[in-house]
Design a protein around this ligand. Structure first.
Ligand code: NAD
Length: 507
């Protein structure tokens, strides 16, 4: 594990930091085992409530100074963070792959996404535009400004152990906020590694200690953040179950919650599709990251005229898949995150069969040489009906459901007929179909694509989804506005005091 030393990962690491300083932690010790081979990588000491209070106090003090830095100066710090991430891309990408289990290419891709958001945030630090308006009152000027909120709490999921945090932190920082990160307890080492990389940059730039808080631990740390009125914004990425809990707690104190939750993403394959692209897009979408992306393709809704042809091409493609160590670039599919995920996968297979699903590519858990961790499963495909309960749920594993349709209206209704609303695609070369899919009576998802799959979003667009996906938007476009408060300013430079709406008031 040559990649641990450059990232300063020891056998026992502290999981509590104020950004420039790694603190002594007093909470529970978390052992991080790799799903790749089941081996212990290292341990992380989590934070207790006192550690949390220390990080909060530092964050509050740091905010008072950081918010006065001009935004382009904050952007310059983020630019240097991007440079540091370029330097550490290889070891960090390997750690992501080894601790989380995604392919090495996807591990590097995740770090690249961090670099991309840094670039995006640097440009944005010279923008953060507000509008100006014409006042109805003479010699008055009206405009709006955007100010930072304060502390942004970031709760993240295991499947994107570093990128999701950076989407939030880089934007929050250039906006003038400070952050406290509660990473997934399943991938704590990735978080510690990020903190080591970034601490060097923060210290070099004399950034106030406290802008980059880290409190590692279980769900209780997420609960502290959610309930804490000192945290105006909680950005939480994870399951819908978690999002409902966080949303209720933050809502009860009228704080802001930015929720990025589960998906149940579908591709509609029309009879007008380029089937080669459709198959490649579907297979990558369904088995990439072993089905553990929020944007994973879980459902294919296929026109009945091309259904048999798509089915046989998919079966042939699945037979080519190599399952094994994700650090070996010859393999296509790595492990699930842990044995609990394998249990969920097995339960979904059983439920699907019970409801009448027919497996055309059988699933199963792999054992023997190379599969000692017990976390490797076979990607599988079942023919189902859209009303099956199991099809309406997100199972975080490589299970692909096939359904038939006849008219595009039906296909869109099936696609939208689930509680989640994250990502969606249509494969078609027919302009009318593509435009209907993208129109107001088309896909109800936050992401709708034509002739590419459901996964693999870019930084430039706002990322997120509707319904049980939580409604939040992160990353590109004007997602930065979620991290700021808007202030409307009216300035009177006349010698009178005219009132709006022509109201007369004499004293
Ligand atoms: P999870 O919900 O189990 O955990 C996510 C994080 O929330 C962890 O840090 C966990 O400790 C914390 N947490 C759990 N319960 C909490 C509570 N009651 N209060 C506060 N914090 C709590 O999710 P996971 O298994 O790590 O990740 C997989 C899920 O994340 C999938 O549903 C996936 O679709 C979703 N996800 C969504 C996006 C998106 O952008 N929409 C991105 C990645 C993952």
């Amino acid at each position: 594990m040559d990649f641990l030393a450059p990232l300063k990962i020891d056998e026992l690491n502290s999981g509590v930091s104020t950004g420039n300083t790694i603190l002594t932690a007093h909470g529970e010790r978390i052992a991080s085992h790799s799903p790749v081979d089941g081996k212990l990588i290292a341990t992380v000491q989590g934070g207790d409530k006192n550690d949390y209070e220390t990080v909060i106090a530092k964050a509050q003090a740091a905010f008072l100074e950081w918010r006065t830095w001009p935004a382009p100066k904050r952007g310059e710090v983020v630019r240097q963070i991007g440079e540091a991430l370029r330097t550490y891309k290889e070891p960090l990408g390997k750690l992501v792959s080894y601790e989380m289990g995604k392919s090495l290419q996807e591990g590097y891709g995740e770090v690249q996404e961090m670099i991309d958001i840094c670039d995006f945030a640097v440009g944005l630090s010279r923008q953060l535009y507000g509008l100006s308006m014409h006042s109805e009152r003479p010699s008055h000027r009206m405009y709006e400004q955007w100010h930072p909120l304060g502390i942004v709490g970031i709760i993240s999921a295991f499947n994107f152990p570093v990128a999701v945090w950076s989407w939030n932190a880089m934007l929050a920082w250039i906006c003038g906020n400070v952050c406290i990160w509660k990473p997934s307890e399943k991938t704590p080492l990735c978080a510690v590694a990020c903190h080591h990389i970034i601490a060097e940059v923060l210290k070099r730039n004399n950034v106030p200690d406290g802008i980059n808080g880290l409190v590692t631990g279980g769900r209780e740390v997420g609960e502290w953040l959610s309930a804490d009125a000192r945290i105006p914004l909680v950005s939480a990425t994870g399951s819908t179950r978690m999002g409902k809990a966080v949303g209720a707690t933050v809502g009860a104190r009228l704080g802001r919650a930015l929720l990025e939750l589960g998906g149940n993403n579908a591709i509609i394959i029309s009879k007008h599709a380029d089937l080669d692209i459709a198959i490649r897009g579907s297979v990558f979408g369904a088995v990439g990251t072993a089905g553990q992306r929020c944007t994973t393709t879980r459902r294919l809704i296929i026109h009945d005229e091309v259904y048999d042809s798509v089915k046989s091409k998919l079966v042939a493609a699945y037979q080519q898949l190599r399952i094994g160590n994700p650090l070996d670039e010859n393999n296509h599919v790595g492990p699930l995150i842990d044995k609990d995920a394998v249990i969920m996968y097995n339960k979904a297979l059983e439920a699907c069969k019970k409801e009448g699903g027919r497996f055309i590519v059988e699933g199963g858990v792999l054992d023997g040489d190379g599969y000692e961790s017990g976390c490797y499963v076979k990607p599988c495909i079942a023919e189902v009906e859209s009303h099956f309960k199991i099809v309406e749920q997100e199972t975080f594993a490589p299970i692909l459901y096939l359904m038939k349709y006849n008219t595009l209206d039906d296909a869109i209704a099936i696609q939208n007929g689930v509680p989640q609303g994250l990502s969606s695609s249509i494969m078609t070369l027919n302009l009318r179909e593509a435009e209907q899919f993208l129109s107001a009576n088309g896909s109800d998802c936050g992401i709708a694509n034509v002739n590419i799959g459901t996964s693999g979003a870019e930084i430039g667009g706002a990322f997120g989804g509707e319904k049980e996906t939580g409604g939040g938007r992160e990353s590109g476009s004007d997602a930065w506005k979620a991290y700021m408060r808007r202030q409307t300013n009216t300035i009177n430079y006349s010698t009178q005091l005219p009132l709006a709406q022509g109201i007369k008031f004499h004293v």
